[in-house]
Design a protein around this ligand. Structure first.
Ligand code: ADQ
Length: 492
């Protein structure tokens, strides 16, 4: 135990995950562990939409999950639409991924976004204790601390942005950008995925909000001093390795290897999202087959893209585009016994994923923009050290700042990416091993538990030692029956 008893942790995120379902590792489990070790509270939207519900109102439900209290609020249809599909995923998601062309700046969305943040603040405040530490996650909840402060909340509050922070001129296209960004100064700690993101935030705050630097990681504005720093999120490497040795992963490996015995596999796994660069990836693979014909009847790309946000128009468009590109590629290059690309529009079980990754020679992770990208890290953690696959990674992911030994590509450069795919397919074993060794060491040194501990230590210096110890002790215990594996990231 640390010398001073640590405060209770309160996690706030759009959706909750049940921490009693540990297993696969990842963000939900790490947060669950932190919550369990402080008997914490997890607060968010219940996932329920009430037809005809009064705007700004929603029933609170609480439920005990072991030592953790789950508290969640229902949303009325109108609020849900404006807050979730509208402002969060129709404005903030595209703009923060540098896609002004896809943003829908409908004036009603911001009202719904504020209403829901006010509702969350109203429902959460009475549940808080004086020494609680509050940790808010992601772009859905940027104004939450400002709403809590306005209602008298004095607890320490941290915020972590899971998605990229765009450069100031892009951010400034949001009609309410100054009020939105000013709200970040109501937090005590604001965490980002990468140094690039911190740089953009700092430049914006100085240029648009009159903030001034006040020492390392410190910015001052509006009479408040905040701590702004990069805390790159990691994966639970040990839990992922355990999964990789599990029955389902081994079955997936054996089946895939025998089915593609004469082929060399490349794999991409994503949510079907326009930020992930999947069409450009298909084009780069097509270019590979054109430029390096020795790969025909051999190289096969498995592209798994799970359904996501299907009631936002841009997502229907990307799905159509992808079907067209894959169909054309298979039509133009396929043989009776060889389909160059196998596109699967489904979520694959987390227990099978490591087997698929291990059976693949190349992981093709080429988003146009991504906060971090955990798939890249999971691909590395799944590889056999003696004969590892090669990671081809977009330079525009947060992961690229850490995973220097991957082959970095510009996904907009189709020819360049094709050349790098060829380099990956022909890389000699000693080089593959050396790169993999360096990558896996870095993933271990900065896993999801370290991420959690580092953020909480910035929020409250008396927190970390105790938390890290407990997290480590929990990890060294044999895993409980996993049940349904928890999602690695928060459900979106
Ligand atoms: P996401 O955009 O959802 O997350 P990512 O980090 O790539 O992206 O994936 C999160 C998890 O979902 C991974 O564990 C991955 O295995 C799983 N996953 C993705 N596609 C899948 C599929 N088709 N089938 C099964 N599982 C799949 C956001 C940000 C990221 C950031 C994370 C965490 O956009 O940049 O890395 O949060 O902070």
């Amino acid at each position: 135990m640390g010398s001073k008893p640590v405060g209770r942790l309160v996690v706030v995120s759009n959706r909750l995950a049940d921490p009693r379902k540990p297993a696969a590792g990842g963000l939900a489990v790490a947060l669950g562990e932190a919550l369990q070790s402080t008997g914490g509270l997890w607060f968010g939207w219940s996932g329920r939409i009430v037809e005809g519900g009064t705007p700004g109102e929603g029933e609170l439900h609480t439920q005990q999950a072991g030592t953790v209290t789950l508290a969640s609020v229902d949303l009325g249809r109108e609020d849900y639409h404006a807050y979730y599909d509208g402002y969060s995923n129709g404005v903030l998601w595209p703009v923060f991924h540098y896609r002004l062309d896809l943003a829908d700046f409908d004036g009603d969305y911001i009202d719904g976004y504020r209403r829901v943040n006010q509702l969350f603040a109203r429902r959460l405040l009475p549940l808080l204790r004086p020494d609680d530490l509050v940790w808010v996650h992601d772009y859905h909840l940027i104004p939450l601390a400002a709403e809590l402060r306005a209602a008298g909340c004095a607890q320490r509050i941290g915020f972590f942005l899971h998605i990229p922070m765009p450069p100031p001129p892009i951010l400034a296209a949001i009609p309410q950008h100054d009020r939105l960004m000013r709200a970040l100064f109501s937090y005590d700690v604001v965490g980002f995925q990468s140094r690039t993101d911190v740089g953009h935030f700092t430049a914006y705050a100085q240029a648009e909000l009159g903030a001034r630097a006040a020492g390392e990681h410190r910015l001052e504005a509006f009479g408040r001093r905040i701590h702004a720093q990069a805390f790159p999120i990691g994966i639970d490497v040990e839990a992922f390795e355990r999964l990789a040795h599990g029955r389902e992963a081994r079955d997936a490996y054996t089946t895939t290897r025998s089915e593609y015995a004469r082929r060399r596999l490349l794999i991409g796994v994503d949510r079907l999202d326009y930020s992930k660069g999947i069409p450009q990836r298909i084009l780069a693979f097509r270019q590979l087959l054109s430029s390096y014909p020795e790969n025909r009847n051999s190289a096969t790309l498995i592209q798994i893209a799970s359904p996501s946000r299907e009631n936002v128009d841009a997502y229907t468009d990307i799905r159509r585009e992808l079907e067209r590109l894959c169909g054309a590629l298979n039509g133009d290059f396929g043989e009776l016994d060889w389909m160059p690309v196998r596109y699967i529009h489904r979520t694959v079980s987390r227990r099978r994923l490591p087997g698929l990754f291990r059976a693949s020679r190349v992981g093709v992770i080429t988003p146009l923009r991504d906060g971090m990208n955990l798939v890249a890290k999971e691909f590395v953690a799944s590889q056999a050290a003696a004969d590892p696959g090669v990671l081809v990674l977009s330079r525009f992911t947060g992961a690229a700042e850490q995973l220097e030994e991957a082959l970095l590509v510009n996904p907009y450069d189709i020819r360049g990416t094709a050349e790098t795919l060829q380099q990956a397919l022909t890389m000699p074993l000693p080089e593959r091993q050396a790169r993999h060794r360096a990558l896996i060491e870095r993933l271990r040194a900065y896993d999801v538990h370290a991420w959690c501990g580092n953020f909480l230590s910035a929020l409250d210096p008396s927190f970390p030692a105790d938390f890290m110890q407990r997290a480590r002790a929990r990890r060294s215990r044999p895993p409980a029956d996993p049940g349904r594996p928890a999602p690695a990231s928060l459900p979106r």
